[in-house]
Write a protein that binds this ligand. Structure first.
Ligand SMILES: NC(=O)c1ccc[n+]([C@@H]2O[C@H](COP(=O)([O-])OP(=O)(O)OC[C@H]3O[C@@H](n4cnc5c(N)ncnc54)[C@H](O)[C@@H]3O)[C@@H](O)[C@H]2O)c1
Length: 323
């Protein structure tokens, strides 16, 4: 069987590709087609561990290129779609590429999947599509109230994916995951941004009062969740994936400062992000009960190992700072 994965040169896609390759025999995949447009956040070096494998074919191209996706999706059994514009701050500075890639690109990929007779399509999305919640947690049937251009574009792509199931019978499942952390995350996102600043003796910019709450999940656990949905997710269903580690940004920052051996004087409060969601919280009982998913990486261990990775891999992140 052949699987096509998009967004493979990014943070989560590159790790997911490694995980699929490690388990390819068990999963029944003899061929992996890896598609990525290599935008600023897509790095060929992220694929160093997989490109030499004879089962892998890397294609440098866009999900918005219909002729290409039509060709690539012939004879493909499964699609896992991770390609996206992914950074909220960039979506505030310029929203157009977010709607072009996340909405129109996803629709193009769905269309090619439908025409090509794809049997399984997993669309990887985010808890940010639900908006912000002050108490309790979202279940999958909660209404979508996205607040940033990023989350609005992801919500659009979720709805397109579900419509391709309802209208055309494409076997689509959607995952909505909380904040990921781990190696190879682009140094614009909070953990690698803060660690790389601190390596250089620079302060870390903390938005607003620092009390916005995020649920953190190690990228390996996210990848296991996506695999569970790929293998057993029901068509037309949404599955939340979370870590159960809710922290305010201030708490996260304190842990990073302590792991880096510096004090609170390294925090530089900055004006809050426009439309900044206060709290995200996903209820993960559906994926746990239906598919037996549970996160395995304890947050303290995962965060310490992640900080260590950025300390040891300066050559990876330094050329990307400020891109
Ligand atoms: N990072 C998180 O915390 C998180 C949480 C939940 C969901 N997600 C979702 O997971 C997916 C991956 O996120 P990430 O953090 O790895 O992002 P990332 O920015 O690190 O990677 C995105 C990848 O998509 C590629 N890409 C962008 N536009 C493309 C196009 N038109 N055609 C083909 N490839 C294109 C980029 O080159 C890059 O390799 C996204 O869909 C994101 O919405 C991320």
């Amino acid at each position: 069987m052949r699987i096509l994965i998009t967004g493979v040169a990014g943070f989560i896609g590159s790790r997911f590709t490694e995980v699929v390759l490690e388990q390819a025999e068990r999963l029944g995949y003899s061929e992996l087609i890896l598609l990525d447009a290599l935008t600023y956040s897509g790095r060929r070096e992220n694929l160093a561990g997989v490109l030499g494998d004879s089962r892998v074919r890397f294609v440098h191209g866009s999900i918005n290129d219909g002729a290409l996706t039509d060709e690539l999706l012939q004879g493909v059994h499964s699609v896992v779609h991770l390609a996206a514009e992914s950074h909220v701050d960039r979506s505030i500075a310029g929203a157009a590429p977010f709607f072009t890639t996340n909405v129109l690109g996803t629709q193009q990929l769905l269309e090619s999947a439908r025409r090509g007779g794809v049997e399984r399509f997993v669309h990887v999305s985010t808890d940010e599509v639900y908006g912000s919640i002050s108490e309790g947690s979202w279940r999958e049937d909660h209404i979508l109230e996205p607040n940033s251009p990023y989350s609005a574009s992801k919500a659009g792509s979720d709805l397109a994916a579900l419509a391709y199931h309802a209208t055309f019978g494409l076997h689509v499942a959607v995952t909505r995951c909380s904040n990921n952390y781990g190696p190879r995350q682009f140094p614009e996102k909070v953990i690698p941004l803060f660690v790389s600043n601190l390596v250089d003796g620079k302060k870390v910019p903390l938005y607003g009062d620092g009390l916005n709450v995020r649920d953190w999940l190690h990228v390996d656990d996210h990848c296991q969740g996506i695999l569970k949905v790929l293998e057993g997710g029901r068509a037309g269903e949404v599955y939340n994936i979370g870590g159960g580690t809710e922290l305010t940004n201030r708490e996260l920052t304190s842990r990073l400062l302590s792991l880096m051996g510096v004090g609170e004087e390294m925090i530089e409060p900055v004006a809050d992000r426009l439309g900044h969601d206060r709290r995200y919280s996903v209820d993960c009982s559906k994926i746990r009960e239906e598919l037996g998913y549970a996160p395995h990486v304890p947050f303290e261990d995962g965060l310490a190992a992640t900080v260590q990775w950025y300390r040891e891999n300066e050559a990876w992140w330094r050329p990307l700072k400020g891109l």
